[in-house]
Design a protein around this ligand. Structure first.
Ligand SMILES: *Cc1c(COP(=O)(O)O)cnc(C)c1O
Length: 557
């Protein structure tokens, strides 16, 4: 059934089966349907053949999955080693801090993740009869209650599978509200320049015209520019989408005034809640004027999200907008006016909700508040430790950042020929995952330590950054080092280090064991640089790559 259609206006249906179904089950289903058609008088016109033979289908006769990789590992021991070798190529939280800003790479504790693998949670069909899903109903209703309490808004829908889908659902709700009131001209959506790219994309998909709002030097919404646009477009304004704390990592001081201004012309305030890690337990969006917001459970509420998913982006709304939150045509929801479903299953990626349930249940409100405070403290600790060597791009009125900080390297290229990309690669030599680079401002580095990191790990990170700062100064002062230096050649692999000819103008020790004291922590990158964007632009099938051969070698061959 396509998105937006209902049972009444659909013209057909499909049944999906997987490898667990057999021919007998298919026959049972066909018999069931044909009996139903025979019984119902007004369905007599349907011709239905209940005879089914698997052989009559056009089945594949060619061989499949012929690459060695699918047959090489025949014992559990071999397979285990193969998977471990693959995992070893990756830098994960097991190896050290992943300081990615805006992504909130936070602790995924074993206790939170454990229940996800239980069969009674992992094998549930999204449309199982209610008497079989009482456990899930409890998990979902608890989470609804808790999240509604955390954000200070009336209702929550777990249908969106990502933050971006939550944005789309929230904006559809605003749209539907105005349509129900006959206010069809409210099609303008104000979005500050600093917003995440998904904000304008969702607004356009939901049928809004995007109006960009300027930001000031501190990264706040330019209140004057906002006022002018609000005055100019007045009753055409449907919504303002804002991120708080902003993607510049600061708490907007004007937040209440901004919300009031939008309400004064009858518009709604949409909060991009991706930065809720800086608010949970300390302040509630509903209290400072937000009408609808999404959360990223795969950021703030511990669901692991490296590698692209799956995610949960619940959308929460005020009493006025609640009736327009997503529902599903296969679920009875007599209270809802909504046809805004955004996912095929009513509760989206329900199977990973137990992770967030465990986190909130174990932490409790006081634990959540402590986590938020700790996250803000950690970011400020880093900003404070590094501010003498590097420029912190945005700060609040009292010289503090929120839960992340941005280091400004916009003059690095002209001074040294290096880019932030080189610095990110060099951090790998220091046994760190690269931070977020060039977002939301080109040639900057965005660091978010989260509450999960210890003081010792934060100190190790600051030491690494300060040593990189010294390396930058050396390169700046020595023209010979331009284009051939410890940063531009990073990361250094073990293979390079033990090779007989070492041709770089610095020592092997400096390349790979750069800390003054720490020698017991070392992550070896399995490759040095491969053309960063090559893989994004070219489809490469690695199935035939010999395991000792790197993709890079294969590419060159
Ligand atoms: C991550 C993020 C999003 C999008 O969330 P997804 O779950 O990746 O779709 C939107 N806004 C901000 C500020 C984010 O950090």
């Amino acid at each position: 059934m396509p998105l937006g259609s209902t049972i009444e206006n659909s013209t057909g249906f499909g049944i999906s089966l997987d490898e667990l179904s057999n021919e007998k089950e298919i026959k049972d289903i066909l018999t069931f349907i044909s009996n139903l058609i025979e019984k119902e008088e007004d369905l007599e016109y349907i011709k239905f053949d209940k005879e089914f033979h698997l052989e009559s289908l056009d089945l594949r006769s060619s061989a499949w999955m012929q690459q060695d990789i699918f047959t090489n590992y025949q014992s559990e021991t071999e397979l285990m080693r193969y998977i471990f070798r693959l995992a070893e190529k990756d830098f994960s939280l097991v190896d050290g801090m992943m300081p990615l800003g805006s992504c909130t790479m936070k602790l995924n504790s074993a206790a939170e993740l454990n229940p996800v693998s239980w069969a009674n949670l992992s094998s549930m069909h999204p449309f199982s009869p209610p008497d079989q899903t009482k456990g899930y109903s409890k998990i979902i209703s608890d989470l609804e209650k808790w999240i509604s309490e955390i954000v200070g808004l009336k209702s929550v829908s777990f249908q969106p599978n990502a933050g971006s889908q939550g944005e789309f659902a929230g904006l559809l709700a605003i749209n539907s509200y105005f349509e129900s009131k006959g206010e069809l001209l409210r099609k303008k959506c104000l979005i500050p320049k600093s917003a995440h790219g998904t904000n304008p994309a969702s607004a356009v998909m939901a049928g809004f015209d995007v109006l960009t709002v300027e930001c000031d030097d501190e990264g706040n919404i330019d209140y004057q520019d906002l006022s002018i646009k609000v005055k100019q477009f007045d009753n055409q304004i449907g919504a303002l989408m804002l991120t708080y704390p902003s993607t510049h990592g600061v708490f907007e001081l004007q937040i209440r005034n901004i919300c009031d201004l939008i309400h004064s012309v009858g518009g709604f305030v949409y909060l991009d809640g991706a930065n809720l890690n800086a608010q949970v337990g300390l302040c509630k969006p509903g209290n400072y004027g937000v009408d609808v917001c999404h959360l990223n459970l795969h950021k703030t509420f511990c669901i692991p999200h490296g590698g692209g998913g799956p995610g949960v982006g619940p959308v929460a709304a005020s009493e006025t907008l609640s009736p327009y939150l997503p529902t599903h045509s296969l679920m009875d929801n007599i209270l809802s006016n909504s046809f805004n479903f955004v996912s095929s299953a009513n509760h989206g990626s329900a199977s990973i909700l137990p992770i967030s349930w465990m986190y909130i249940k174990m932490a409790g409100l006081s634990g959540l508040r402590k986590a938020t405070s700790h996250a803000i403290l950690s970011a400020n600790y880093i900003a404070h430790s590094l501010k003498h060597k590097f420029k912190i791009l945005y700060k609040g009125k009292n010289d503090f950042v929120a839960h992340e900080c941005i280091l400004d390297f916009r003059d690095l290229k002209s001074k040294t020929g290096l880019s932030v990309n080189d610095l990110a690669k060099r951090l790998i030599d220091y046994s760190f995952h690269a931070p977020t680079i060039s977002w939301p401002v080109p040639e900057t580095i965005m660091i978010e330590p989260t509450e999960s990191e210890s003081l010792a790990e934060l100190d190790r990170f600051c030491e690494a950054m300060l040593l990189i700062g010294e390396e930058i100064s050396e390169i700046e002062n020595n023209y010979e080092l331009k284009n051939n230096n410890v940063i531009s050649n990073a990361p250094h692999t073990l293979k390079e280090l033990i090779a007989d000819n070492w041709q770089y103008p610095y020592s092997k020790e400096k390349a790979s064991f750069p800390y003054k004291t720490l020698t017991n922590i070392k992550f070896w990158s399995s490759v040095s640089r491969i053309n960063n964007a090559y893989g994004d632009r070219n489809l490469i099938c690695s199935c035939n790559v010999n395991q000792d051969e790197t993709l890079e070698e294969k590419k060159c061959a």
